[in-house]
Each structure stands twice: as structure tokens, then as C-alpha cells.
Design a protein around this ligand. Sequence first.
Ligand code: PLP
Length: 457
Amino acid sequence: MTLIPNHLPTADLQALDAAHHMHPFTDGDELNAKGARIITRADGVYLTDSEGAQILDGMAGLWCVNLGYGRTELADVAAEQMRQLPYYNTFFQTSHPPVIALAKRLAELAPGDLNHVFFAGSGSEANDTNIRMVRHYWAARGKPSKKTIIARKNGYHGSTLGGASLGGMSGMHAQGGLPIPDVTHIDQPNWYHEGGDTSPEEFGLERARQLEAEIARLGEDNVAAFIAEPVQGAGGVIVPPETYWPEIQRICDAHEILLIADEVITGFGRTGNWFGSQTWNIRPDIMTIAKGLSSGYVPIGGSIVSDHVAETINGAGDFNHGYTYSGHPVAAAVALENLRILDEEGIVTRCGAETAPYLREKWMQLADHPLVGEARISGMMAGIALTPDKAARASFAAEGGTVGLRCRERCFANNLVMRHVGDNMIIAPPLVISKSEIDTLIERAVKSLDETLASIT
Ligand code: PLP
């Protein structure tokens, strides 16, 4: 008999939730006053709530359910692995078949000489690993002063002390005395909101060259790495100008700065290729992975590391770092099965060649809506900026910054999960979304935009 109270009415579940459960990134009092929407089942791209409503999940959970919901193969693999070896660690010279196979598979999929994997339980943990690894790397190479990591304002790299410090979210830094020392932030390549009169191409170069200026300010001998998402996700799906990444790559190469591509969102098909680094022609020394690695079915993350980083770390004695769940056998087995299905069913290929271009065609038409100033997209992640004045690329300051929130609530009422970041609306649906489901997503988005517009004028 299950201990999970599926049978309870919604109001009882909400009351229990309010009494005992503290939610991430949530105003607790506000939520408890109205009650959480309780999700009980999911299949394909649809969630079902405790009242039986079918909600199209335009965010794939938190950008993670790349494979879609309800794949029983993953459940079967998890059950079998739990029966055979539910847990063993990878500390102190032990290993096990699932983690061995997963590391090998990731080395095959990752571009260039990214051939080695250090596992973690989440994207945040993996970025904490990266901080420790790049500092240890430079110390092992006789350059211990190379410690500072340059990141970007409005970037997101997780919620641990290290991850939130690398991130450039002012709301997160305002709580708890972040960032930690030796992390600095340059501006983001957000042309629509910050580009002024410059062309996107000029602006991309300008923002990339801030990295070179920051390296000069800090001194090359003090900088360990630059970290960035190929396409900023949580910051509002900020698609960089085409000129940005080639210039960043040139600067990292010229100044002996390790490049960390945080692929927690952009990995595993999200931008139309296996990794965003392939879409944007980036050659990272380290890639952070999580989310789509297991399609969110179990928690797992990691750092895929290039040959030269791995050789240095492996040659420097004990790396005094690791997590109880680094390379957890059940998580590794599920991730391996997830990668098998994404590959063998051609999901990543079909997304890149068919469904993402179809979504692009439909999504970009939203720019014609009177409320929308810009539509942007990379593969299966997309955003729109809401504006009261298209020509001025203005935001809704006069409305107290609540228009995006209002639009998100209209979407939710219309059974579509679309997230807001300020006055930007964003989506990242499961990669398995079909063309007719994309049509439904767009219809519900337009209806919600119309209703939001009506609430303003
Ligand atoms: N890095 C990026 C780019 C992310 O988007 C996220 C989460 O959204 C993280 C890191 C943190 O991952 P996790 O929430 O698994 O710790």
C-alpha cells in the first residue's frame, strides 16, 4: 500500500503542503494563501492536476524533461538497478558498471576532447565542482594565483553558495552575502534590452570584449576561468548575437583562461544539437551538465572535462572533493537509458531538423502581436519580450513589473505552462513535442497574450 496521499481532495493536499512544505523560489505566505496547484500525473508533454485539468508543459518541468513524461523504460531500468545494486560510491578506488558505461557514452557524445566525467547530484553541485577543479588545476600547474572566475550578470549557474555566486542574479546575491570572493561579473549579451543604438553584431563584440578588459583589470595571472551558458536560460532565454561566442573563444585562447560552458539547459538536444557548444561553435575546457542528462527522471549532474584538465587533475594526487551521490548507480542507469532513447528514436535529430524549425516559424510570428517587442529562439528554447512601445523596446515599468507575471497566470489558467522573467515570457518544451502540440502551445500563448493586453488597456 502506498503512503502517498493521491486520494486526498485538493484542498486537503494544499493545506498539508502549506503546513509543512517550504517551496524553492517562492513567496511562502502568498502561496499558502492561495494554495499550490497540485500535479498528480504526466504523459508526453501534458501534466494532469488534482482537478483533472490537462496542462501543456511549455517548460519541460524546469527545462529538463527533454524526453517527455511517462517513459516506462526509465522506470524499468531504475527498478532493475535498484534490485541489483541500489547504491555504491565511487570514492576510494571503487566503481560500478552503470557509471562506467555512462561516462563512456558521455565522452562519445561530447565534442572535441571532452572525454572525462566528474559526477554530481545536480547542476549547482557540478558548478561547485568546477570552481574547485579549475583552481586546483592552476595550482597543480604551478599558478596558484589563477583563482578568479569571471561570470556574467543575469547568468544562472545554480543555487548553492558557489553556483549562486557564479550566477549574476541580483535577487540571489541580495540574500546571504553573495557572491563569494574571487568571482566577478561582466555584462550579458542582451541586445534587445541593453543594446541601445548599436547593431546586434557590434553589441556582441562589445560585450565579449568586456571579458578582455576584465582579464586586464584583474591581471591574467589571477584569472582561472570564464563561465557562461551558451544561451542564457533562466535570465530570459537571451540568444547572443552571432559575433559574441567567436570573440569570447578568441579571448579565452589568447589569455590562457579556461572556458566553462554551462550546458545544464542547453545540453542533450535543447538547441537542436546534442550540446549548445556545437550549435554555437564553442570549444570549452569543461562543460556542466544536468537536467536533460536524465530528462529529470532522477537527479544527476556532472562536469565533462577535456583531456588536458583531466590529465592535470589526475596527476596531482588526491582531488579532495566528491559527493555521496557522485555517479549514483540508479541515476547513472536511468541517464544511460535516457540517452539511448534520445539517440535511437532520433529525438535530438528530429528536433534539430523538423520540430525546432517548425516552432521557430510559429514562435517568431508572435513578434507581430501588439504586446510583443521581440521574439527570439534557439532550438527548443524561446522567449518574447512584452512591451508597451515596440519602437523604444521599452518595458512595463509603469505597471510595477507585473505584466509578465499576469501573463504567466493567464497561461496557467489556459492550461499552458509558460514562465516569466520580468516582462519576458519563455518556453522550453519537451523535445518530443509534435507539430500539432506546438500549434496548441501557440494558440494558448496567443489567447493568454490577448487577455493580458486586455487587462492593461
Ligand atoms: N546551470 C544552469 C545553466 C541552470 O539553468 C541551472 C538550473 O536551472 C543550474 C546550473 C543549476 O542546476 P540545479 O538546479 O540542478 O542545481
